[in-house]
Design a protein around this ligand. Sequence first.
Ligand code: UT7
Length: 325
Amino acid sequence: MTELDAVIEGTGHFLPSNVIDNTHFESFLDTSDEWIQSRTGIRTRCFAAENETTSDLAIAACAEAMKNAGAGPEDIDLIVLATSTPDYTFPATATLVQNALGIRQGFAFDIQAVCSGFVFALASASSFLQTGAATRALVVGAETFSRILDWKDRSTCILFGDGAGAVVLAAQPRGKSQPRRGILASDVKSDGRYRELLYVNGGVSKTGTVGHLTMKGKEVFRHAVSKLAVSTNAALDQAGLTTSDVDWVVPHQANVRILNALMSRLGLENEKLVSTVATQGNTSAASIPLALSMANSKNLFQDGDIVVSQAIGGGFAWGTCVMRW
Ligand code: UT7
């Protein structure tokens, strides 16, 4: 039987036009541009306008990904959208995107794995594609985290931004002597014991409110570096590869110090790191597809390059995808 690979055919991204620099926070918090840049690497982030929703950002990113893939609405039969900031409690934001893009077949659903949502979405979509349950998917990360920030908490509200990124992922038959392409392996994990370190203190069933993000940053930082390094090695091992095969690391963009520590833990030089945190901050599930799309639009990746993306967030939930471009 012919094996199917889940291959990235196109990428797209969208950022709101409202760019916020660090001095904005100096007017109402005891903080400084110097502290934010030196502790996080963040210089600016984008915030959605009042009437701009997560689905608006996702639709723009998906439209660009479809254009770059040469895919029309009739070609897409799956949408997996990762978000923790959906437009509505229901229906899924993915179905809003499906309708807006004129996609009339297949199925669409949301994934809630916070900052690691895009890794979970890629793993999930690739399973549907490799088993023949779908033929071509939009895999999206889209967030309006500005809606759940506590503006009185200087240790969190300076970190996050809004945005969306998307890839078109298609099932492609593998030729007899061809190596596997696209998504080669995924390592996905969660451990609910860490809930208190990073969570939103509201929700439909518990409080009937949206709530605000709260985080014990130092502890999350420590877990991030160690868990992401272990997960990267596990996913590479699954793919029959080692760190020496890696051409690019496109991780979740939380803090430049986490990214540098991860690269050093993996024994990889920083030239292989794709980092967008300076101009976007942490966009949660959107950060990996945003970084992938921005790098791809500059033709950074060559055919055959090994790209790894890893993320960790609330839950904890974390994981890694290994791709052959
Ligand atoms: O995407 C999900 C995953 N999230 C992450 O991976 C985030 C992980 N954590 C981090 O990125 C970092 O821990 C932070 C950027 C959140 C904080 O950096 P840190 O180097 O761990 O600082 P800290 O929390 O140890 O705080 C050091 C000091 C504290 O003051 P004292 O207690 O030493 O007097 C904080 O109150 O910095 C203070 N501080 C600030 N000062 C100025 C915290 N936030 C600020 C701020 N401006 N915005």
